[in-house]
Design a binder for this molecule. Structure first.
Ligand code: AMP
Ligand code: MG
Length: 404
C-alpha cells in the first residue's frame, strides 16, 4: 500500500501548468499571474499634496508667517504656477506641488476659515506655525520607482494586487488559464437534490461538494452530472470531457471492486489506470490515470472520503495545473482535548480546533463515519494521525489541516 505522500508525489509528477492568456483586470480576481510586473511609472507619478492647504517654501516661513496667495491648484490640474520666495498657493489633496514649494500647511493650521465648496482662494494667508520641509508632501517615486519589480509571478491576484496594477496603468495581465475540471458522479442510486428520494436512492452529494472545492481551488467546473452504473452512460460522460478539452477528469464512486463499477474498465480500454490502495483513512481506494490523455482521478464515493481525497490529492494537482504550484501548507498543530484512535493508517479525523487559554485545542466533531457529512460541517480542521499511530492520549500534540 502506498503512503499518502508517495501517492501524492506519484500523482503530482504528471501535472504541468496549463497555458496563459491575457486577462483584463476586471476579470483577474483570484487568477494566477504568469509574468513579473515591473512598474512602468514612478508612484506617486508626480509630487503632490496629501492635504487641502497652502503650498510654500518651508524656509520662507522662518521669519514671518504671512504669505500672499498667488495661485489656486486643483487635483488634475496640468498647468502649474512657479512660486517665488515668500509666495503661497492654495492647493487641494492630490494636486501637483508647484515648483518653488516644498511643504504644504494644512488649511486647519492657517487663518483661512472658508470650508464651503467653491470658496475662492484668499488673497493672503497666515500660518499658525512654520512647517518643516516636506510636510504633507507625497514625493514622486516615494512609494515605488519606475522599473521596480512590484509583482513576482506566480502570485494570486487579490484586490490589492489588482488595485496596484490599475494604479500603474496596466489594464490586462498574463495569467494562467483556469484549469477545466470535468466532474462526474457515478452510481445508479443517485438523484439530484431537486428530486424527492424514492426507494433505494440517495441524493448526489459529491457533485456539489467537489464543485465548490474545485472553484475554491481556482478551476472551472464542467459539470457532467450523474452517470448510472452502466457502461454506455459512463463512456458518454467521459467522451463529453474529451470534447470539452478538460484538463482533468474527476469522478466519485464506482472505482472499487463492486460488480457494477464501470469506470475502471472504461479507463483500462481508453487510457491508463493505476488503482491504488492508499494507506489512509478515510479514502483508501484511489484511482488515478488518464482517459484518452486527460489525467483522471477516481475518488471514493463516500462523501467524507471524497472531500478528504480532494484536499489531499486533487487540490494540489489543480494548484500545479493552475500555475501557482503546489503550496504545501505550513505545518500546524493543536493540543488534543480528548484521546483519539485509528487503525494505524494515516488518518484524517474531522475535528474542531478552538483557542483555549491561548492554546489551539482540538476535539472530534461527531462520529467519524466516512459518510457523515454533518460531522464535516461542524469541523473546522482535519486532525491528522500519522501512519503507524493507533491512538493518541489527551493532551498530546496533533497535526491539523484547517478547512474552510
Ligand atoms: P462506491 O464507491 O460506488 O462503492 O460508493 C460508496 C458509497 O458512497 C456508497 O454508499 C454510495 O451510495 C455512496 N456514494 C457514491 N456516490 C455518491 C454521491 N455522489 N453522493 C453521495 N453518496 C455517494
Ligand atoms: Mg457504487
Amino acid at each position: 500500500m502506498l503512503s499518502v505522500s508517495e501517492a501524492q508525489q506519484r500523482i503530482l509528477a504528471h501535472f504541468h501548468p496549463v497555458g496563459t492568456e491575457l486577462c483584463p483586470l476586471q476579470q483577474a480576481a483570484g487568477r494566477i499571474l504568469a509574468e513579473d510586473i515591473l512598474a512602468g511609472t514612478d508612484l506617486p507619478p508626480f509630487s503632490n499634496s496629501s492635504v487641502d492647504g497652502f503650498a510654500l517654501h518651508a524656509a520662507d516661513a522662518a521669519d514671518q508667517l504671512n504669505f500672499p496667495v498667488v495661485a489656486d491648484i486643483r487635483a488634475g490640474q496640468a498647468e502649474l504656477p512657479v512660486l517665488e520666495h515668500g509666495q503661497a498657493a492654495r492647493i487641494m489633496t492630490g494636486a501637483p506641488l508647484p515648483q518653488g514649494a516644498d511643504a504644504v500647511v494644512m488649511v486647519e493650521d492657517t487663518d483661512y476659515q472658508e470650508r464651503l465648496p467653491g470658496s475662492p482662494a484668499p488673497r493672503a494667508v497666515s500660518l499658525h506655525s512654520a512647517p518643516q520641509p516636506g510636510l504633507n508632501v507625497r514625493n514622486r517615486g516615494a512609494d515605488l520607482q519606475r522599473g521596480e519589480r512590484v509583482l513576482q509571478a506566480p502570485c494570486r491576484l487579490r484586490a490589492q494586487e489588482i488595485g496596484l496594477l490599475a494604479m500603474l496603468g496596466v489594464p490586462r495581465v498574463a495569467a494562467y488559464r483556469r484549469p477545466r475540471l470535468a466532474l462526474l458522479s457515478t452510481g445508479s442510486e443517485l438523484l439530484p437534490p431537486s428530486e424527492p428520494l424514492t426507494s433505494g436512492k440517495i441524493h448526489d452529494t459529491n457533485s456539489y461538494t467537489l464543485n465548490v472545492l474545485t472553484e475554491q481551488a481556482g478551476a472551472e467546473v464542467l459539470a457532467l452530472g450523474i452517470a448510472a452504473d452502466n457502461r454506455a452512460e459512463v463512456y458518454a460522460c467521459l467522451e463529453k470531457a474529451v470534447d470539452a478539452k478538460a484538463d482533468l477528469i474527476l469522478t466519485s464512486a464506482g472505482v472499487s471492486v463492486g460488480a457494477y463499477d464501470y469506470v475502471k474498465p472504461a479507463l483500462e480500454a481508453q487510457g491508463r489506470l493505476e488503482f491504488w490502495q492508499v494507506n489512509m483513512r478515510p479514502g483508501k481506494p484511489l484511482a488515478f490515470g488518464d482517459y484518452r490523455g486527460i489525467p483522471f482521478f477516481g475518488l471514493p464515493g463516500n462523501p467524507v472520503s471524497a472531500f478528504v481525497g480532494f484536499i489531499i490529492f486533487v487540490r494540489p494537482a489543480l494548484e500545479i495545473l493552475g500555475g501557482s504550484g503546489w503550496l504545501e501548507r505550513p505545518r500546524r498543530t493543536a493540543r488534543l482535548a480528548e484521546a483519539v484512535e485509528s487503525d494505524g493508517r494515516e488518518t484524517f479525523l474531522r475535528g474542531i480546533v478552538r483557542d483555549e487559554n491561548g492554546v489551539p485545542t482540538a476535539r472530534l466533531a461527531g462520529h467519524q463515519g466516512s459518510g457523515n457529512l454533518f460531522a464535516l460541517v461542524q469541523a473546522n480542521a482535519l486532525l491528522i494521525l500519522p501512519s503507524g499511530v493507533k491512538s493518541l492520549p489527551a493532551n498530546s500534540e496533533i497535526e491539523i489541516c484547517p478547512i474552510e
